[in-house]
Ligand binder design. Structure first.
Ligand SMILES: Cc1ncc(COP(=O)(O)O)c(C=O)c1O
Length: 342
């Protein structure tokens, strides 16, 4: 077999270290097993059938965040898929078409949205989305009356709806404050489990027929600091861990050696105080500006991304002392970027 050579690749190129990815996926499977939780990995980070199967070897129980992902994974042989954003009317036809052939669960956060669900040849599988602190689309977990109202409506129409449980995405574990990150995330995990349990107890008291009520939470930073209390949960649903990235490393979710992907790029212009590479925000993403959009791996680790346009990235040195060397390999991020000065 011909030896692999980075120089043969056209850039920007997304490079995956499959051994690292396999290890990351297995470690998360083992972690979920330890706490006797179902692992429902999210597919949004990699969007590939191959990594999907490493994360969910049974090809069942996955989450997606777009219609394109839903159709891609369903047509690629996956089943029991959670469409993990609140459903809206425009998306119903396509979600329904997949649900009629496979099992799709949907998230709701209002009672009104249940009325727009069209008739289907089988009941809609519904989870109620709550928030234990992230405050994106989940109902505040303490708003028990609002949550009870939705559950009551779901249980009243078993021919139209099957209640699947309570879903929480603990996105607030992406801390922007670097103080005692690991301890803080552990604390958040404990608080999240306590809040979900309280809600479950309340709902089970109120709706005995719905018991046992299924509760789940997950994010990669949260699952990076598992706590004993996870044993109280039914499901964990992280996603980014297949690759991890520099942001996850700074949060303590992984070590640098666990980062399984990076972007290869080439320098296409050199100026006195900066250089330009052929990877811009489409390749790198504008995520984590507080981390300079990622890490440049270079002999000189003083190098950072000072700006990006769609197809170009501008790199400068923090020290201002520009010493361009031939053949130096730099790695930044999202998930991680690597460039080769040829
Ligand atoms: C609803 C939902 N669930 C799970 C996840 C997975 O979290 P992470 O990307 O931290 O692994 C995400 C990611 O944003 C999400 O939006």
């Amino acid at each position: 077999m011909k030896a692999f050579n980075f120089e043969d690749l056209s850039t920007p190129a997304f490079i995956v270290d499959l051994d690292v990815v396999k290890r990351n996926c297995q470690n998360m499977i083992d972690m979920a097993k330890k706490y006797d939780c179902v692992l429902r990995p999210h597919m949004k980070t990699h969007k590939t059938l191959e990594i999907g199967e490493l994360m969910a070897p049974s090809k069942k129980k996955i989450s997606v965040s777009t219609l394109a992902e839903l159709e891609f994974f369903a047509n690629g042989g996956f089943d029991d898929i959670l469409f993990a954003i609140p459903i809206t009317e425009d998306k119903l036809k396509r979600v329904k078409a997949i649900h009629e052939q496979k099992d799709v669960s949907i998230l709701v956060n209002t009672v009104e949205v249940l009325e727009i669900l069209e008739d289907c040849n089988k009941p809609w599988k519904v989870l109620i989305e709550v928030s234990t602190g992230y405050e994106r689309s989940g109902i505040n977990v303490e708003e028990e009356a609002k949550i009870s109202k939705i559950l009551s409506r779901l249980l009243a129409a078993p021919d139209r709806f099957t209640f699947m449980g309570i879903y929480n995405h603990c996105g607030h574990t992406y801390l922007r404050n670097k103080d005692s990150t690991v301890e803080k995330i552990e604390e958040m995990n404990k608080e999240t489990v306590a809040k979900l349990k309280k809600l479950r107890d309340h709902l089970e008291d109120q709706f005995e027929d719905a018991a046992p009520i299924f509760i789940g939470t997950g994010s990669t930073p949260g699952c990076g600091q598992p706590v004993d209390e996870f044993g109280e949960l039914d499901e964990l649903h992280p996603g980014n861990y297949c690759f991890y990235d520099y942001c996850q490393e700074t949060l303590g979710s992984c070590k640098e050696a666990d980062i399984g992907a990076f972007v290869l790029s080439r320098v296409n212009s050199v100026f006195e105080s900066y250089i330009v590479i052929d990877a811009g925000f489409l390749a790198i993403s504008k995520d984590s500006p507080e981390l300079d959009f990622g890490k440049v791996l270079a002999p000189n680790d003083d190098m950072f991304i000072s700006g990006m346009s769609q197809e170009a990235g501008k790199l400068k040195l923090k020290s201002g002392d520009f010493d361009l060397r031939k053949d130096f390999n730099n790695q930044f991020f999202h998930p991680q970027i690597y460039y080769d000065m040829l």
